[in-house]
Design a protein around this ligand. Structure first.
Ligand SMILES: NC(=O)c1ccc[n+]([C@@H]2O[C@H](COP(=O)([O-])OP(=O)(O)OC[C@H]3O[C@@H](n4cnc5c(N)ncnc54)[C@H](O)[C@@H]3O)[C@@H](O)[C@H]2O)c1
Length: 353
């Protein structure tokens, strides 16, 4: 597909994933507009494009009346990434906030349909998979797309909203012909990631020399962290090759025990502290790894970055861009909140009495 001069909207484009997607679309010659209310996104993620006037940036809340309609007008393709979302601590502890995604997604999709947008590409999640399948870390389980089905059992309100959005897009295609693709991202990490997600949280804890080093869960939980460059490539391929709302996993099949990732982070950062396990803290499912054969078949996509390589790149980026005292001051809040809340915390000095 020729992206040159395609009019593309990226909702949530100031986010970690959104900003990398914007980089790739700009590089392909697309005319990119970003809409983001900066509730968890950061303007600095887009600063190079903004300084060089390569993109249009709208700082707006898509849930406000008329905003989605205005934003999607004249767009060929809409990548919908805006969401009330944080990492595990956030999605476990903020059900009502995550429920607003039902409205957010509904407004954006309806506006796209009314405006005749050619295609919507949706940032879905591994959180649509049934919780009850993912309880035994010893089981050699790979979640293929067909495992999302009755009895539905999504991961918190966040996961239910992602599932409802996928279903909405399939219905819009079947009944009204609106083309779309859904990408189920699995635990994405890489530069510009934030501390409310596990990999960056582990790096941050080691970076500030936390002692003992705290790890949520038993450490036995299995994840398939997927590097940002692979996610962006898969998302663009989905835009090019899927149109009937099909949901496709974008995730590696590497089975990483969280405790092993933590040990590697400690080793790389030269921090020799005991690991203190906290199974009572938000942990998520104990066995979440994608089957990615559908992405291979439909998109010709395979992940290219192995976890150890991606982890080392992410640690290098973190160390080069962060200051210890600043990380220490925000870390405990960031584990369960979003940037918005951290900014509020900075604005209102907390009484220590
Ligand atoms: N990071 C992951 O591991 C992961 C995994 C699965 C799915 N996803 C999805 O990918 C997308 C991007 O996630 P991310 O981790 O890069 O960062 P994120 O979740 O912080 O991104 C959401 C972006 O949307 C913006 N936003 C939120 N509400 C908005 C509103 N009402 N109006 C306008 N903008 C709004 C935020 O400021 C932020 O920039 C999200 O949809 C997320 O659910 C992420």
């Amino acid at each position: 597909m020729d992206w040159n001069n395609q009019r593309v909207l990226v909702t949530g484009g100031a986010s970690f994933i959104g900003s990398h997607l914007v980089d790739a679309l700009v590089e392909r010659g697309a005319k990119v507009t970003v809409i983001d209310d900066l509730s968890s996104g950061r303007r600095e993620n887009l600063s190079d494009h903004l300084n060089k006037r390569r993109i249009t940036f709208l700082e707006r809340d898509l849930r406000e009346q008329g905003v989605a309609e205005e934003a999607v007008k004249g767009m060929n393709i809409v990548f919908h990434l805006a969401a009330d979302h944080g990492g595990r601590g956030y999605v476990d502890l903020h059900q009502a906030a995550c429920a607003t995604n039902l409205m957010l997604d509904g407004l954006v999709f309806r506006a796209c349909c009314k405006a005749g947008v050619d295609k919507v590409v949706y940032a879905s999640s591994g959180c649509v998979y049934p919780n009850h399948l993912q309880t035994d870390p010893k089981e050699l389980l790979y979640l293929d797309e067909a495992k999302v089905g009755p009895p539905y059992d999504a991961d918190n309100m966040y996961g239910w909203a992602k599932l409802m959005a996928e279903m909405t897009l399939r219905a819009y295609y079947q009944d009204w012909g609106m083309k779309s693709a859904c990408c189920r991202y699995f635990t994405v990490y890489g530069p510009r990631g934030v501390e409310n997600h596990a990999v960056i949280a582990m790096i941050a804890r080691a970076f500030v020399k936390q002692n003992p080093f705290v790890l949520w869960g038993t450490g036995e939980q299995i994840r398939n962290w997927t590097y940002i460059d692979d996610i962006v490539r898969g998302t663009i391929l989905a835009a090019e090759r899927i149109e009937d709302g099909t949901a496709v996993n974008l995730g590696t099949t590497e089975r990483i025990r969280v405790i092993d990732a933590a040990r590697e982070v400690l080793r790389c950062l030269g921090h020799d502290a005991p690991i203190e396990l906290h199974p009572e803290m938000p942990t998520g499912p104990y066995n979440r790894v994608a089957d990615n054969s559908l992405a291979k078949e439909l998109l010709g996509w395979e992940p290219q970055v192995m976890f150890m390589d991606g982890l080392h790149r992410t640690i290098d980026w973190y160390v080069a861009t962060r200051k210890q005292d600043e990380v220490a001051s925000i870390l405990s809040t960031m584990l369960t909140e979003r940037i918005e809340q951290v900014e509020q915390l900075r604005a209102v000095p907390v009484s220590r009495d």
